[in-house]
Design a protein around this ligand. Structure first.
Ligand code: PMP
Ligand code: GLU
Length: 404
């Protein structure tokens, strides 16, 4: 049989429908341009530019030296799952038992595993927009139907309980709630979360609560972890978190999901046939991250806050663009509405895609177009990069838009 004959057969319809991650694509393109020697500055991928703290790296090295290099239980070692429980108890007063925790290969994989356990084909999943790119595709991968509920910049990019309720049908299975939000950096208040939670409890809707940015809050904003809102809320919650953002460990690949014991068991069964187990070495490093001193988390948070202050102030001084001041995560959404229909460096701008392309090719700055986040007239800047890069990037933006 020739290759041509084989490919005539229909491949997975679900796989064919999946779009590649825009955030990953921009990052790859940026790295490629950089490798080719181009003087490009990247604000694409949301990953801390800090190195993993030394004590965590040492724990990873020690794991290799002590031959902690074998399979572990599918959901991670008991000591790591206990450490996750202890961290959640200490930080938020949340009580989970180790059999309610599944450690996964990154938080993205935790979202994947959570949706695997919840979704039957045709189930609707409510997705507030702007949303992180992967949620939409993950819902589709599960055979679910994304129901996008948009929140405008005027609404601080946050959905209300009324909007949530209006989107619910008899097919609604779950809501994905990312707080603080990627890509907007917005943070829901306790009252706003309570109002959303009330609707979810009333309609018995599961909530995939992605709190990966829980340690990155600014202006003294307080964070409410969704399952703390009541036992009935906790019963419906699949809490997602991980070490990637808080401890600058994106490449180690460790995330987790905490939920009721039955759902956790379904996830465990699925993991046992897919990943087998998370990396044993990474688990030892993550254990050190969760149980060790937390002062580096705060040091990095402060650096992000200073960068946010700078980027927001300068962006709002540049004619033609603007942004809200986010209270969390490390992203800003730059509003391009005033540029729409205008010609920028010979290119007529109709969307964030047009802008991101010309800004990269001619301005040599990589930002992520908002279409993948459900916000076509915006581009996302990640300020998880050095102050030097941020200053140079904004200088370039100012020059790029001069006279427009
Ligand atoms: N959730 C959100 C909201 C994110 O921004 C990210 C960033 N990649 C993830 C999950 C996934 O994190 P991880 O790198 O641990 O897979
Ligand atoms: N979450 C980060 C981002 O939004 C990393 C890339 C990804 O996993 O999508 O840029």
């Amino acid at each position: 049989m020739t290759v041509e004959e084989i490919t005539v057969k229909e491949l997975s319809r679900i796989a064919e429908a999946v779009q590649a991650s825009t955030t990953m694509a921009i990052d790859t393109l940026f790295k490629q341009m950089k490798a080719e020697g181009m003087d490009v500055i990247g604000f694409g991928a949301g990953e801390p530019d800090f190195n993993t703290p030394d004590a965590i790296k040492a724990a990873g090295i020690a794991a290799i030296e002590h031959n902690d290099t074998r399979y572990t239980p599918a959901t991670g070692t008991l000591e790591l799952r206990q450490a996750v429980c202890d961290r959640l108890q200490m930080d938020f007063g949340l009580t989970y038992a180790p059999n309610q925790v599944a450690v996964t290969n990154g938080a993205k994989h935790a979202v994947y595993a959570a949706l695997r356990a919840l979704i039957n084909p045709g189930d609707e999943v409510i997705l507030p927009a702007p949303f992180w790119v992967s949620y939409l595709e993950l819902i589709k991968i599960m055979g679910g139907v994304p129901v996008v509920v948009s929140a405008s910049e005027g609404e601080d990019f946050k959905i209300s309980a009324e909007k949530l309720e209006a989107a619910i049908t008899s097919k609604t299975k779950a809501l994905i709630l990312n707080n603080p939000s990627n890509p907007t950096g917005m943070v829901y208040t306790r009252e706003e979360l309570q109002a959303l939670a009330k609707v979810c409890v009333k309609h018995e809707i599961y909530v995939v609560a992605d709190e990966i940015y829980c340690n990155l809050l600014y202006d003294g904003a307080s964070f409410t972890s969704f399952p703390t809102l009541g036992e009935d809320v906790k019963d419906l919650t699949l809490l997602i978190n991980g070490v990637s953002k808080s401890y600058a460990m994106t490449g180690w690949r460790m995330g987790y999901v905490c939920t009721g014991a039955h759902i956790a068991k379904l996830i465990a069964n699925y993991l046992s046939h897919s990943t087998g187990s998370p990396s044993a070495i990474t688990q030892k490093a993550a254990l050190a991250a969760l149980t060790g001193p937390q002062d580096e988390v705060e040091t990095m948070r402060q650096a992000f806050e200073a960068r946010r202050d700078y980027i927001v102030k300068r962006m709002n001084q540049i004619p033609g663009v603007s942004c809200l001041k986010p209270q969390g995560a490390f992203y800003v959404m730059m509003n391009l509405e005033k540029l729409l229909g205008k010609t920028v460096h010979s290119v007529e701008i109709h969307s964030g895609d047009d802008f991101a392309k010309v800004f990269l090719e001619q301005g040599l700055v990589a930002v992520v177009p908002g279409a993948g986040f459900g916000a076509p007239n915006f581009v996302r800047w990640s300020y998880a990069t050095s102050m030097e890069n941020i200053t140079a990037g904004l200088d370039r933006l100012g020059r790029f838009l001069e006279g427009i």
